[in-house]
Ligand binder design. Structure first.
Ligand SMILES: NC(=O)c1ccc[n+]([C@@H]2O[C@H](COP(=O)([O-])OP(=O)(O)OC[C@H]3O[C@@H](n4cnc5c(N)ncnc54)[C@H](O)[C@@H]3O)[C@@H](O)[C@H]2O)c1
Length: 338
């Protein structure tokens, strides 16, 4: 049984707690939030002890796995301290995205996990869907042939105006991770930004990419569009065909290059509610981390690990430089250079 604790019990920490509680290999041994009511509510809900101080919890309950679900500035500013505390306490850590918007801090977190020989994963849950795995399998089998391009888009309504780069930093760890999952490292970035009337932050952005494998790509993202329609789309093309993933977890379509018979795989039975499908991505991601830790996986093999998340943050930092300096920014450092 893996002794599991969580730091940060906002809405997202509660989702993590539920999925750990459901896992037969996990036992929730501590739930910590610096806001006592949040820790107490979660403790009551999940029948586990509440703590208000992470260091005290780690010392007392000695977890095997620690979930870090804090938020903070740009929805990731609070992750650093509890992640370092948990790694120093010898825990495998599954943290929320973004790993950190401060690249030096993210490097330190990834380096510490590596030096301690601990598994460090990030909840880049958009790649943990059945359809995304099928599409990745097609790539592994060479079904697309020589890779040419990837087009990705993601849009939701988020009215928060907390910082100029909030949309780029909080939304796109997911999209960049999915693009890297399919096409590998990104070698050059160019970014353009705009905003809806009345907004002050860069709430809509478009990115152009060159991948190390030679493929090219585009990404459009926005915090300016109301929900109600699909919110995410990814198209990957090679010389032998292309696939389109609608909403990552809803529909996968294969368009072969040499005939007009398409294949459609739907993930959502008629009547299934979208929230349930999104919740599944958390369960898939969290349970995969538990499975890898249970199996004694080598830290470097953890799917959507800290180094992957760091690579995505480097791409986003390069995109911001591209806007600020109005230029293409070459080759963010490869993800093993920490
Ligand atoms: N993967 C996804 O699809 C997805 C979706 C939404 C949000 N998120 C991420 O989830 C994270 C949490 O989101 P949220 O909406 O629950 O945030 P939130 O701000 O509501 O909750 C975070 C909690 O962490 C607590 N906290 C901060 N520092 C702490 C510390 N040192 N010790 C103990 N508790 C501490 C805060 O008091 C707060 O209660 C964010 O990083 C966000 O980017 C991920």
């Amino acid at each position: 049984m893996l002794r599991t604790a969580i730091i940060g019990l906002g809405p997202i920490g509660n989702i993590h707690a539920r999925h750990y509680q459901e896992h037969p290999n996990c036992e929730l041994v501590g739930l910590c939030d610096i806001i006592p009511e949040r820790a107490d509510d979660a403790a009551c809900r999940f029948d586990a002890p509440a703590y208000y101080d992470a260091a005290e919890m780690l010392r007392t309950v000695k977890p095997d796995i620690c979930g870090v679900c804090t938020g903070g500035h740009e929805y990731g500013g609070d992750h650093y301290t509890p992640t370092i505390q948990a790694l120093k306490a010898g825990c495998h850590v599954l943290g929320e995205k973004p790993v950190s918007n401060d690249i030096a801090e993210a490097e330190e977190m990834v380096r510490l996990a590596r030096d301690q020989g601990l598994c460090y994963g990030i909840n880049l849950n958009h790649r943990f869907t059945r359809l995304t795995r099928i599409a990745r399998q097609w790539l592994n089998e060479g079904r697309l042939g020589h890779l040419l391009f990837i087009n990705m888009a993601m849009w939701i309504k988020n009215p928060r105006e907390t910082s100029l780069w909030f949309q780029v930093k909080a939304l796109h760890p997911h999209t960049i991770d999915v693009m890297r999952f399919f096409c590998g490292d990104i070698a050059a970035v160019q970014c353009f930004v705009t905003r809806a009337p009345g907004r002050t932050i860069w709430s809509t952005a478009h990115f152009n990419f060159k991948f190390a494998c030679g493929a090219v790509g585009g990404l459009t993202g926005s915090y300016d569009i109301e929900r109600g329609h699909p919110m995410e789309r990814c198209e990957v093309a090679g010389v032998d065909g292309r696939f389109v993933l609608d909403d990552m977890m809803h529909k996968l379509t294969w368009y072969p290059a040499n005939n007009c018979e398409t294949t459609v795989i739907n993930n959502t039975p008629f009547g299934m509610i979208p929230e349930k499908v999104f919740d599944d991505t958390f369960r898939n991601r969290i349970h995969r981390f538990v499975e890898q830790v249970s199996d004694g996986a080598k830290p470097a093999t953890i799917e959507a690990g800290g180094a992957d998340a760091l690579a995505a943050q480097r791409v986003l930092a390069a995109a911001i430089t591209s806007v600020e300096e109005n230029r293409v920014v070459e080759a963010p450092v490869p993800n093993d250079a920490i």
